[in-house]
Ligand binder design. Structure first.
Ligand SMILES: Cc1cc2nc3c(=O)[nH]c(=O)nc-3n(C[C@H](O)[C@H](O)[C@H](O)COP(=O)(O)OP(=O)(O)OC[C@H]3O[C@@H](n4cnc5c(N)ncnc54)[C@H](O)[C@@H]3O)c2cc1C
Length: 340
């Protein structure tokens, strides 16, 4: 039977062990009023909603008579040039140059302006400088306007203000920051400056060997720096906590403190280009993109799925054809599926 999470609200559940993995959500750095104008990307529902917004802007521009409104509708601003902002800006550039190119009669989708803003002095700041520079060059080649060294000062329904200049836009997307879930407050536990729960080397909360906090909600240092908020950390911590509990229950020796095995980071910058950093190895371009594709195929559970995704990718790569450009209501469809 499908049980809505709302049905369980307020129901006390006893536990022997508790693993808190409540992740992170968007942070507007004290400007929560920006949220209504600049949605963030965290979940699949957010992704569908942003995709709808982008497609709708093109539809509206096609129907609009006033050329000034065309410009505002076809200007897309992304705030934050980390992996999410860079990947989205380049995907959007690919979309307007290839998939949407000949879809409209009155407007020219390739005239769309894509502006990527960051207050730091480079894109992909967690990557090596050489890779950041390669990513920036690639973005600019794709037609993305990269504006660094200034954060947005204001966002409203008509666009953003950055370095005192107004950029008129009907579609602003927040790709800047995340804040951890309030698990630290629930537990009344010590947190780091970002609000993540400080955990012991075995991922438990001080004074509570039965409570584990893992993933984006947890803060654990390695060589004096906190572990990054990435999926690999969350997955490895999940496995570690599971093993530790299993061993404790079986009265077996517990494993040594958690150690993160960093397999490296990657970001895709449009079709056929990625940056990859693993230890001392730094790679950018098509080879890095091939590595990115291989890693993602490897993570698919079934080999039949790997083959079908691989064939689909090759088809998309060669033909430039993407999936349907329907504007859909994600919530309506998932709720129906879950209950049927
Ligand atoms: C757009 C985007 C792209 C990313 N790309 C990459 C990437 O390429 N590589 C990479 O390694 N990492 C990437 N990350 C980061 C990665 O997704 C996170 O580090 C990872 O998901 C953290 O896992 P988690 O289990 O801690 O939290 P999450 O995956 O966020 O899961 C937390 C879950 O807890 C639920 N929850 C929250 N509060 C409650 C509550 N009170 N009660 C019950 N449930 C609750 C949430 O609904 C959510 O389902 C990306 C993140 C984003 C947003």
């Amino acid at each position: 039977m499908f049980v809505d999470s709302v049905d369980r609200e307020g129901v006390a559940v006893e536990y022997d062990y508790l693993i808190l993995a409540t992740g992170a959500s968007h942070s507007y750095f004290g400007h929560d009023e920006f949220e209504q104008f600049a949605p963030g990307l965290k979940s699949l529902a957010d992704a569908v909603s942003i995709r709808n917004r982008i497609l709708r802007a093109f539809e509206q521009a096609e129907a609009e008579e006033d050329p000034q409104s065309h410009r505002d509708l076809l200007t897309f601003v992304l705030v934050g040039a980390g992996p999410t902002g860079v990947e989205m800006a380049s995907a959007l550039a690919d979309l307007v140059r290839r998939a949407l190119r000949s879809e409209f009669r009155r407007i020219d989708p390739t005239s769309a302006r894509i502006v990527l803003i960051d207050m730091g002095n480079r894109v992909l700041a967690t990557f090596a400088e050489k890779l950041s520079a390669a990513a920036r060059r690639r973005l600019e080649k794709l037609g993305v306007e990269v504006r660094l060294d200034h954060g947005v000062e204001h966002i409203d329904a008509d666009g953003v203000i950055v370095a005192g200049e107004r950029i008129a836009s009907k579609t602003v997307i927040w790709t800047a920051g995340v804040a951890p879930s309030p698990a630290g407050k629930w537990l009344k536990a010590a947190t780091d400056r970002a609000g993540r729960v400080r955990v012991q080397p075995d991922l438990t909360v001080t004074g509570h060997p039965e409570i584990f906090v893992i993933g984006d909600t947890a803060s654990l240092d390695r060589d004096g720096h906190p572990l990054p908020g990435v999926a690999q950390v969350a997955m490895q911590q999940g496995r570690y906590a599971g093993t530790l509990i299993h061993r404790r229950i079986g009265a077996k020796p517990v494993p040594p403190p958690f150690r993160y095995f960093d397999k490296g980071n990657m970001a895709v910058v449009g079709k056929g280009f990625a940056v990859l950093q693993s230890g001392r190895l730094g790679l950018s371009g098509f080879l890095a993109w091939m590595a990115w594709a291989a890693v993602h195929l490897e993570f698919l559970g079934q080999s039949s799925l790997r083959v079908s995704v691989f064939v689909q990718w090759v088809w998309t790569y060669l033909t430039g054809q993407r999936g349907s450009r329907l504007i859909v209501n994600h919530y309506a469809s998932t709720k129906h599926d879950a209950r049927s």
